[in-house]
Design a protein around this ligand. Sequence first.
Ligand code: MTE
Ligand code: MO
Length: 412
Amino acid sequence: MSEQNLPTQRARRQLLAGSASALAAAGLASFTRSAQAQMASAPAANLPPVPKPFPPYVSWKDTNAMILHSSTTIETKRASQGMGLITPAEHLYVRNNLPAPAASILDDREAWAISIEGVKNPRSLSLRELKTVGLESLPMVLQCSGNGRGFFPSKPSGTPWTVGAAGCVVWTGVPVRQVVELLGGALPGMPFMTSTGGEVLPAGIDPKSVMVERSVSAQAMGEALLAWELNGQPIPLAHGGPLRLIVPGYQGVNQIKYIKRLAFTAQESDAKIMSHGYRISPPGTPSDPTQPSVQEMSVKSWINSPLPERPGTAGPVQIQGLAFAGAHAIKRVEVSVDGGKHWRDARFIGPELGKYAWRQFALAVILPPGTHQLVSRATDTAGHVQPEQRLENVHGYNNNSWADHAVTVTLS
Ligand SMILES: Nc1nc2c(c(=O)[nH]1)N[C@H]1C(S)=C(S)[C@@H](COP(=O)(O)O)O[C@H]1N2
Ligand SMILES: [Mo]
């Protein structure tokens, strides 16, 4: 037990002993979150369960709005996602494949350096230098490819996210294209843009087996950013500060945090997270590099109101939700109140922030008392329609099934 835990342990014992005033005697004006959590886990304590404390690097999150799956996987509650066009950083999900680096990497953000390779004049650039090269701002949906895994009946291993491993946020940084131009352009024969995260890797194991390094098509550089701001503030450690790669329209795993190297390469990375991780493996099949990799996002939508946890009453109801796609804007969203038998066009509300942001939609309906199955189905400008069924795969990636995202509400 660490020394820090001692006072709370003592408080817990005293509370379990039935002496509330003992807390004051122990110098604790109010219960700390960790004391509450410890008491909640004690069988003798007849107290309502309270959430586990958030680790320090995400302690600034709005804990009431989030589901803490683990110290490195934190989801936005569906009811807290609401209609927000821009997700506040305090509500944005967190997914780290490795523990986040030490907070000290933010001590001198401007000094953070990234090595640019596979260009005519490869070199390292500091964040201070990058800020002089170019500037762009981009609203974009950031979504983990495992979002919706929780709806797979096959119960794939991994975090059972439902809808909350996604947010729409504004990134600000320098276009990768301008950095590459400054360095004389990408070398010919380099079809991939390969980026490496800056985590310090655990000693004694093959670095390739744990490092976060992903390759996307080199063409993705056209709209990619090296970003240092999230919603107008320096990127927090949890979200990849001081510097993060943003590849609009691509799944979260390709959005490399704490980026320390960006290289144009002849081959895809041979890091395990690229060669075997994040592959769409058919049921019963081990992962292998020939299977499709998790890259662009697919057209998707879901309803955030009403929800079973706050159904409202029968009568006039505004059904509300969010829709987005990967490379294309959303053209249409249909809503059904009978589980997909009949559909009506929803209307878009709120501003359009470009094809990589999500669109808010709403449909005004009159719902009689009883149970209703509400679903939404999006279509993008290239004509892709959100499918009824998920594509089954071992690891539960890319779930954009409209049926899986249905909400069942009972109104009285
Ligand atoms: N360096 C680094 N980058 C990373 C990861 C990581 O573990 N390390 N996780 C990836 C995954 S799987 C996702 S879904 C997103 C999550 O971004 P967020 O935590 O800012 O929401 O970051 C991606 N980039
Ligand atoms: Mo992810």
